[in-house]
Design a protein around this ligand. Structure first.
Ligand SMILES: [Zn+2]
Length: 83
């Protein structure tokens, strides 16, 4: 029961995320392998996407590599990036 609820919740979150990414115009590039991480320039996909934030160029995508997550956290802490 508990496991099932968790699974349903993450499915909903995933759907919301895809809708949000679609609204930002980055869902298709992510699916097509044409998006890249703002920090390391590695190909960003739905599988390795850690997060995203709005910036001057539109939407910055951040992959889930430890270095990029740390960079994002640093930017959030210093207030250079606001989600
Ligand atoms: Zn990265």
């Amino acid at each position: 029961m508990e496991h099932r609820e968790t699974t349903e919740l993450s499915a909903v979150l995933e759907k919301d995320l895809e809708q949000a990414l679609d609204a930002l115009g980055v869902l298709e590039p992510l699916r097509a392998g044409q998006a890249c991480c703002r920090f390391c320039r590695q190909t960003a996909t739905l599988a390795n996407l850690f997060g995203y934030y709005p910036d001057v160029e539109g939407v910055a995508l951040v992959c889930d590599s430890p270095t990029c997550i740390r960079t994002l956290m640093d930017l959030l802490r210093t207030g250079d990036v606001k989600l």
